[in-house]
Write a protein that binds this ligand. Structure first.
Ligand code: HEC
Length: 183
């Protein structure tokens, strides 16, 4: 190959590069896509929200417990209920205290226990709803986040296992325990 031929090869290569490059410029200008103004998700932070609250909202808020119920430790659940006993009785016909009696609560209509005056927040949240396992799971995870404005002054049970054990035990405090999920 003499130098004249080599020049032709180089010109051809450069020419191709030039064409490819200008095509990409043109296609960019035709198919121009706007970059989002803010990258990623936007996370709403409450006025008094701390960084941990914001962090919590990026992941799933709380784990589902239905798959855990069948193998839950029911007697450990009775122990967890000590956190509730100051405000709730759970024996049949037991008195309402700060909170309503909880006998037969699993599967019962929400905010419907005789003789207890519920907050309007829980009463309106509960219209037409029952305490399914998943409703109890969310409420007991964090009452005030789950039902904004509830009068239940309890921080919540953050551990899914504790909630599963407790709810499995509460389920048995009933005349006709609600069937376990999937049974
Ligand atoms: C500081 C007192 C207090 C503690 C502790 C407490 N609760 Fe409550 N609970 C309440 C009050 C008050 C209500 C009524 C809430 C409303 O009207 O908004 C309530 C409501 C409930 C309800 C809804 C009842 C219904 O009839 O719809 C359930 C279920 C419940 N509590 C379960 C629990 C469990 C389980 C625990 C322990 C892990 C617990 N609570 C701890 C005060 C408390």
């Amino acid at each position: 190959m003499d130098s004249f031929e080599l020049n032709k090869v180089i010109m051809a290569v450069l020419g191709t590069v030039f064409i490819v490059f200008s095509l990409s410029l043109i296609s960019d200008s035709i198919y121009h896509s706007e970059d989002p103004k803010v990258a990623g998700y936007q996370i709403e932070v409450e006025e008094n929200g701390s960084e941990t609250a914001a962090a919590e909202e990026t992941g799933p808020a709380y784990e589902p417990i239905e798959p855990m119920l069948a193998s839950a430790d029911v007697s450990a659940g009775e122990g967890v209920f000590r956190k509730c006993g100051a405000c709730h009785s759970v024996d049949k016909g037991g008195a309402n205290k700060v909170g309503p009696n909880l006998y037969g609560i699993v599967g019962a209509p929400i905010a419907n226990h005789e003789g207890f005056s519920y907050s309007s927040a829980l009463a309106s949240y509960g219209e037409g709803k029952t305490w399914t396992y998943e409703e109890l799971n969310g409420f007991l995870w964090n009452p005030k986040k789950y039902v904004d404005g509830t009068a239940m002054g309890f921080a919540g049970l953050k551990k899914a296992e504790e909630r599963a054990n407790l709810i499995a035990w509460m389920r048995e405090q009933a005349d006709n325990p609600e069937p376990l999920p999937g049974s």
